[in-house]
Design a protein around this ligand. Structure first.
Ligand code: GZL
Length: 336
């Protein structure tokens, strides 16, 4: 999650704002102090208007991310959240952001489905004086003034951690690797591929024999894996950029009469419940987590900004990693 320093600072700012809010409520005798106290900034009773454009509903990770945002940015917590699902289409996200600008929201937050093509619409938000917060995925805009901060995991590091585990636990002899890439052009797909290659390029035992996008979905991951199996008789390891594609690959491997996790090893990223269950069951061999629970930190960031505070331009969320034994231990208490 967000660095301890950031949260301490945010909590201090929030406490100060709450104290001011309660004092104002007491002196003015106005209505619902819980709403006033929750927002602190602006007139009493105002909610903070936030427009959020979500990538889609393509994976278990996305569902958990959406739930975290919608469960946190509530009216009881001082927010009026406008939420849209772009069905993994950039044009839908751009349209949603323009709609939020037209509605005059206080803040815009979004998870960019791909890295490129955002400068124009972000410039429009900037001209409208609406601060933009990137969550989960980054954009490749050179102009860093187009958004206030980017909160999300370090995808290159995730790919590197996978590669390092493969070096130490599988590629102690020559192995043929197939890679199920995430959505083409998305930050996690670009960076997870880079990280894995950075970690394994010095290991002559690792040979990537095929690499293709499965668009982060279980169905497309299964279809691509079926193609890999038909074209390559000797696959030793699948590197899936997310659990949903890994779960699709498991279905394809089993349909081909092979044992996932044994005949063909699988490594993946996310750590969603279905992925962790497959890991505990021995069908996946290693998972690096990508924490989707960004709602509380997004709320902290907005409340800090709304009370006149500042936030770091890059906030890296913490990710754990799990082998099969660790998955068995962690499953009972997983939040997603
Ligand atoms: C990563 C996120 C990715 C997940 C996928 O932060 O953007 O998108 O790894 C999801 O499961 O579809």
């Amino acid at each position: 999650m967000v660095s301890r320093t950031f949260r301490t600072r945010a909590m201090a700012a929030t406490v100060a704002v709450l104290a001011l809010g309660l004092a104002a409520c007491g002196s003015s005798g106005s209505g619902d102090s819980s709403t006033d106290a929750a927002t602190g900034g602006g007139d009493s009773g105002d909610l903070i208007n936030v427009g959020f454009s979500q990538v889609g509903a393509e994976s278990g990770w996305r569902a958990a991310n959406t739930k975290s945002i919608q469960d946190t940015l509530t009216k009881d917590n001082g927010f009026d959240l406008k939420f849209s699902d772009a069905q993994q289409k950039q044009e839908n996200q751009i349209q949603a952001i323009r709609s939020y600008i037209a509605q005059g929201v206080d803040y815009i937050a979004f998870s960019p489905v791909v890295e490129s093509g955002w400068d124009a619409v972000l410039e429009e938000a900037k001209q409208a004086n609406i601060p933009v917060i990137l969550t989960d995925r980054a954009v490749d805009s050179e102009d860093k003034s187009l958004y206030v901060t980017f909160i999300g995991s370090d995808f290159v590091e995730e790919g590197k951690r996978i590669g390092e585990w493969v070096n130490d636990n599988v590629a102690t002899e020559p192995i043929n690797v197939v890679e199920l890439q995430g959505t083409t052009g998305s930050a996690p797909a670009i960076d997870r591929k880079q990280g894995f290659e950075d970690a394994t390029k010095g290991n002559p035992n690792v040979k990537i024999i095929a690499s293709q996008t499965g668009n982060f979905t279980r169905a497309e991951g299964k279809t691509v894996m079926e193609g890999f199996l038909q074209a390559n008789p000797d696959i030793d390891l699948v590197y899936a950029h997310n659990d949903d594609m890994a779960l699709g690959a498991i279905e394809a491997i089993e349909a081909a009469g092979k044992k996932p996790g044994t005949d063909i090893k699988i490594v993946s990223i996310d750590g969603v419940k279905d992925g962790m269950q497959a890991l505990a069951d021995g069908k996946i061999n290693y998972i690096v987590e990508c924490n989707p629970l960004l709602g509380p930190d997004l709320a902290d960031i907005i409340k800090t900004l709304h009370s006149g505070g500042t936030v770091e331009p890059r906030i890296v969320t913490h990710d754990d990693a799990f082998d099969q034994a660790a998955a068995k231990e962690a499953l009972p208490t997983r939040q997603y």
